[in-house]
Design a protein around this ligand. Structure first.
Ligand code: NDP
Length: 424
C-alpha cells in the first residue's frame, strides 16, 4: 500500500484505502490474477472539474466537482452524486469501486461510478444549488449519458437535483433524455418506489437475517444512525412492522426512547427542527452513544467509517444492516465478526437503491412504466436471491459475509474482463 500511496497519491485517502483493503482480502481468497487485480485497484476514468457559479450576493465561487467511473465491463456505469463538505477524489473513487461490486453482486448489467461536489448544500440557496448542479452537469457532460454513465442521488442531493441534472443534459442535446439520471420525480420519468427503495431494501435484507437468527422482527428493537432518505425510510418501515425503533440520529445528534419512537411524528418534527432531541419524543443521545446501544438491529445510514477499531468492541447489536456505504472499517469488521454480529454488508444491504434505479432506467429507455407493487416484488426477489447466494458462499468458502459478497461481485466482473480480453 505504501508504494502505491506514493505512485498514485491522488486517490489515497483513508476511505479509498479502506475500499482497497476490502478488495485485497476478497481478491486473495479468489486467487485473482495480479494483472486483473492491478487494473481493478484504480478507477477506469476520473474527472475533476471546476464549477464556477454566481452566488446570491453577486460573488463568484468555484467549487471542486468529480465524476469517477470504476468499471464499465458489464454495462454503462451507475452511481450517485454527493454534495458534502468532505467530498474528495479518494472518497468518490472508493464509492465508485463499491458501486461496481454492488451492481455485479446483485446481477445488474451496469458498472460502477460516483460523482460529487465539495460544498455545503445546507448553506446554499435553492438558486445557488440549481446553478451548481447545472454547471456541474455541463462540466461532466463528456462522461455521462444513458448508454455511458447514469448519475443518481446520494448524500446531500435528491429528486430535485436529478431533475435539474436531467434538464441540463436534455438542453445540451436538444431533446428530453429521462434515462440520463435516476431518482427523478415520477412526473418526469422517475420510478414508483425509488425514493423508498434503499431503506426498503435494507429492511428486506434485515428480515432475511432475522429469520436466520430466529428474531421476530415485530417484537425487536432497532437503532438507526442517519435520518435522511435511507435512515428515515428504514425507520418508518420497521416501525410499521411493529419493531421498536429506540433511537435515531442526524448530524446534530440523536433521540432515544426505550419504548420506541413515533417515527411519523419525529419525521414531521425534523422538517422544522433538525435537533431531534428537541422533539420531546425521547431523551438526547450522541451519535457515539447511539452506535453502542443494545438492540437487535443497528442500521448505520449516514457516512463512512462510523464503526471503527475504537468503538466496535462496544457495539451490542445482533444484526448490523449497513444502509450507508462503507460504515464499518476492516478493523471493526474483525472485532464484530469475533463477537458474532451478523453483518449485512453495504453492497448487499443498501443495494435496493441501485436496483430500483436500474428499473427506472429500463422504464425510461422503454417509455413504459410499471406498477409499484410489481417494482417492490421484483426488488424483494433480487435482494433475497442475492442474500441467499452470499450465505451459500459464506458456508462454502468459510469466509465472513463481507468477503463473500465482495467475492461474488468481483468474480462476476473479472470473469467478464477475461472473456472480453485486453484491448487493444
Ligand atoms: P441523506 O443526505 O438523505 O441523509 C443523510 C443522513 O445522515 C442525514 O440524516 C444526515 O443528517 C445524517 N448525517 C450526516 N452526517 C452525520 C454524522 N456525522 N453523524 C450522524 N448522522 C449524520 O443521504 P442518504 O440517506 O441518501 O444516504 C445515507 C447513506 O446511504 C450514505 O452513505 C449513502 O451513500 C448511502 N446510500 C444511499 C442510497 C440512496 O439511494 N440514497 C443508496 C445506497 C447507499 P443531517 O440531515 O443533519 O445532515
Amino acid at each position: 500500500m505504501e508504494k502505491e500511496r506514493r505512485e498514485k497519491p491522488e486517490f489515497h485517502t483513508p476511505v479509498y484505502e479502506m475500499a482497497l483493503r476490502q478488495f485485497d482480502i476478497a481478491a486473495a481468497r479468489l486467487n485473482l490474477d495480479p494483472n486483473v487485480a492491478q487494473r481493478l485497484r484504480s478507477p477506469k476514468r476520473a474527472l475533476i472539474v471546476s464549477v464556477p457559479i454566481r452566488m446570491d450576493d453577486g460573488s463568484i465561487r468555484v467549487f471542486e466537482g468529480y465524476r469517477v467511473q470504476h468499471t464499465m465491463v458489464l454495462g454503462p456505469a451507475k452511481g450517485g452524486t454527493r454534495y458534502h463538505p468532505d467530498v474528495n477524489l479518494g472518497e468518490v473513487s472508493a464509492l465508485a469501486m463499491w458501486m461496481s461490486w454492488k451492481c455485479a453482486l446483485i446481477g445488474l448489467p451496469l458498472g460502477g461510478s460516483k460523482g460529487g461536489i465539495r460544498c455545503n448544500p445546507k448553506e446554499m440557496s435553492r438558486g445557488e444549488l440549481q446553478r451548481l448542479t447545472r454547471r456541474y452537469t455541463t462540466e461532466i457532460f463528456p462522461l455521462i449519458g444513458p448508454e455511458r454513465d447514469i448519475p443518481g442521488p446520494d448524500v446531500g442531493t435528491d429528486g430535485q437535483t436529478m431533475s435539474w441534472l436531467m434538464d441540463t443534459y436534455s438542453m445540451q442535446v436538444g431533446y428530453t433524455v429521462p434515462g440520463i439520471a435516476t431518482g427523478k420525480p415520477v412526473n418526469i420519468g422517475g420510478s414508483l418506489g425509488r425514493i423508498e427503495a434503499t431503506g426498503r431494501g435494507v429492511v428486506y435484507t434485515a428480515i432475511e437475517a432475522a429469520k436466520r437468527l430466529n428474531i421476530d422482527l415485530s417484537s425487536s428493537t432497532a437503532v438507526i444512525q442517519g435520518f435522511g432518505n435511507v435512515g428515515y425510510v428504514a425507520a418508518k418501515i420497521l416501525h410499521e412492522m411493529g419493531c421498536k425503533v429506540i433511537a435515531v440520529s442526524n448530524s446534530g445528534g440523536g433521540v432515544y426512547n426505550e419504548n420506541g419512537l413515533d417515527i411519523s411524528r419525529l419525521y414531521e418534527f425534523s422538517k422544522e427542527n433538525p435537533i431531534l432531541s428537541e422533539s420531546k419524543l425521547g431523551g438526547e443521545i450522541t451519535n457515539k452513544e447511539l452506535l453502542e446501544l443494545k438492540c437487535d438491529i443497528l442500521i448505520p445510514a449516514a457516512l463512512s467509517a462510523q464503526i471503527h477499531e475504537n468503538n466496535a468492541k462496544n457495539v451490542k447489536c445482533k444484526i448490523l444492516a449497513e444502509g450507508a456505504n462503507g460504515p464499518t472499517t476492516p478493523e471493526a469488521d474483525k472485532i464484530l465478526s469475533e463477537k458474532g454480529v451478523f453483518i449485512i454488508p453495504d453492497i448487499l444491504a443498501n443495494s435496493g437503491g441501485v436496483t430500483v434505479s436500474y428499473f427506472e432506467w429500463v422504464q425510461d429507455l422503454q417509455n413504459f412504466f410499471w406498477k409499484e407493487k410489481e417494482i417492490n416484488e421484483k426488488l424483494r426477489d433480487i435482494l433475497v436471491s442475492a442474500f441467499e447466494s452470499v450465505m451459500t458462499l459464506v458456508k462454502r468458502e468459510k469466509v465472513d459475509h463481507r468477503t463473500a459478497a465482495l467475492m461474488m461481485g468481483i468474480k462476476k466482473i473479472t470473469d467478464a474482463m477475461l472473456v472480453r480480453g485486453l484491448y487493444p
